[in-house]
Design a protein around this ligand. Structure first.
Ligand SMILES: *Cc1c(COP(=O)(O)O)cnc(C)c1O
Length: 387
C-alpha cells in the first residue's frame, strides 16, 4: 500500500527515519548507549534541563497533577497558565499574551482569525510549515514574496485589488537559514499599506535583543505595531506556543481561535516551567553571552574551512550541500565520529538546498565545538566537499 511511495523516498535519498535518544537534549546526547556531541537542538540556553526549570515543573505536578482535565474555556485554565501569560506579556512588553499547546497549533489557530477567504496574505518564501498551514486553513489568497525581499513585497502590496484586507507574515529568525528579516522596512510597508504584520519569533525569543526579548527588541521596534507569536519549545526549553499583543487581540483569539478553543489545556507544569525559563532569561544574561561566544567560535571555524554558509545572524548555522545524498552521508559519517548533526532535505527546505543544520547552545564547551570542527574538516576532505 505505502511501500511504493516509501521506495520512491528512499530512491531520492529523501526517506526520513526516527532516531531514538536515551538522554536529555543538547549539548550532549546518548544514541544507542553511545554519548555524542549534539549540534541539533533548539535548546539554545540549556533551559530544557536547567534545575530550576525542572523543579518548577515537578512542584507544579505535585500540586496540580499531570493533565489539565479540559480545554482552557471549560475548566482547564489553572493558575500557572495565568502566571505564564502575565510573564510573557511583561517580557514582550505587550498588554497581554495567550498560550497554545504548541507553536504549530498557535499558527494554525491565529492566522484564520486574522484573515478569511476574501483577504490576502503575503508571506516570506521561507516561512515555516505551520505558518503555511495556518494560511491554507484561513482560505485567504496566499502570495509568497522572495526571501527577505522588501522590493518584491512592496510590488505585491501595490498590485493588490482595492481595499483587500492584507496580512504580512515573516519570521524573527528563519528556522532553516538562521538569517533575519529587514523587519523595520517591513513594519513601514505594513503601515503604509494598512496591512497587519505577524512575526513568528520562534527562534528569536530568548536569544535576540539586548535582554533576549526577541527580534522586536533586536530592532528596537514598538511591539504595538505588530502581532508576535513564538514557541516555548526552543530557547525556553519547554513546550507550547504563544501570541502577544493588545488585550483586545487576546480576547478576540480566546473567542475565535479554534486551536485554542477545541483542545485540552497544556499541562500547567509546562506553563510553570516556561515561566521559570523566562525568569532565568531575565536574571542570567551570561547564558546569552556564552551562546554568542560559542556561536562565533563555530561560525568562524566553518567559515575558515570554506563551507557554503547562509547569511546567518543566529546560532543556526547551515552548511549548504545541495545534494541530499551528500548531506546524509556527511551526517552519517559525523555520527560515527561522535557528532550528531542532522541532514535537512526537501520538503523542509527548497529543492537543491539540502544541508547540514548546526545549532549551538550556551552549554557546549569550547572543546566540544573544536572536536566537532575537526571531525567536519576530516569528513569534508574524505567526501570531497568543495569549499
Ligand atoms: C519550531 C517552529 C514552530 C513550531 O513550534 P512548536 O512549538 O515546535 O510546534 C513554528 N514556527 C517556527 C518558525 C518554528 O521554527
Amino acid at each position: 500500500m505505502f511501500e511504493d511511495e516509501l521506495d520512491e523516498f528512499t530512491r531520492k535519498h529523501l526517506r526520513r527515519q526516527l532516531k531514538t535518544v536515551n538522554s536529555a537534549t543538547a549539548p550532549t546526547i546518548t544514541i544507542d548507549g553511545k554519548p555524542v556531541i549534539q549540534l541539533a537542538s533548539n535548546n539554545y540556553l540549556g533551559l530544557a534541563n536547567h534545575p530550576e526549570v525542572k523543579e518548577a515543573a515537578i512542584q507544579t505536578i505535585q500540586h496540580y497533577g499531570v493533565g489539565s482535565g479540559a480545554s482552557r474555556l471549560i475548566s482547564g485554565t489553572q493558575t500557572p497558565h495565568h502566571g505564564l501569560e502575565t510573564a510573557l506579556a511583561h517580557f514582550k512588553a505587550t498588554e497581554a499574551a495567550l498560550t497554545f499547546g504548541t507553536g504549530y497549533s498557535a499558527n494554525t489557530g491565529i492566522i484564520p482569525t486574522l484573515v478569511g477567504s476574501q483577504d490576502l496574505i503575503l508571506a516570506d518564501r521561507l516561512c515555516h510549515a505551520s505558518l503555511i498551514d495556518g494560511c491554507r486553513i484561513s482560505q485567504a489568497t496566499l502570495r509568497v514574496f522572495h526571501h527577505n525581499d522588501t522590493t518584491h513585497l512592496k510590488q505585491l502590496l501595490e498590485k493588490r485589488s482595492g481595499a483587500q484586507k492584507t496580512l504580512i507574515i515573516t519570521e524573527g529568525v528563519f528556522s532553516m537559514d538562521g538569517d533575519i528579516p529587514p523587519l523595520p522596512e517591513i513594519v513601514n510597508l505594513a503601515s503604509d499599506f494598512q496591512a497587519t504584520l505577524l512575526v513568528d519569533d520562534a527562534h528569536g525569543t530568548g536569544i535576540m535583543g539586548k535582554h533576549g526579548r526577541g527580534i522586536v527588541e533586536h530592532f528596537e521596534i514598538d511591539p504595538n505595531v505588530l502581532i508576535q507569536m513564538g514557541t516555548l519549545s526552543k530557547a525556553l526549553g519547554t513546550i507550547g506556543g504563544y501570541v502577544v499583543g493588545s488585550r483586545s487581540l487576546i480576547d478576540y483569539l480566546i473567542n475565535t481561535s479554534r486551536s485554542f478553543i477545541y483542545t485540552t489545556a497544556p499541562p500547567s507544569s509546562m506553563a510553570a516551567a516556561a515561566q521559570a525559563a523566562i525568569n532565568i532569561i531575565q536574571s542570567d544574561p551570561d547564558r546569552r553571552t556564552r551562546l554568542w561566544q560559542n556561536r562565533d567560535q563555530l561560525y568562524q571555524g566553518l567559515k575558515a574551512m570554506g563551507f557554503q554558509l547562509t547569511n546567518t545572524q543566529s546560532p543556526i548555522l547551515p552548511i549548504i550541500l545541495s545534494d541530499p545524498q551528500l548531506a546524509v552521508s556527511m551526517s552519517t559519517r559525523l555520527l560515527e565520529h561522535g557528532i550528531y548533526i542532522p541532514a535537512i532535505r526537501p520538503p523542509t527546505v527548497p529543492k537543491g538546498t539540502s544541508r547540514l543544520r548546526l545549532t549551538v547552545t550556551s552549554e557546549h564547551t569550547s572543546a566540544q565545538i573544536e572536536t566537532a570542527l575537526t571531525a567536519l574538516d576530516l569528513i569534508r576532505k574524505e567526501l570531497g566537499v568543495k569549499g
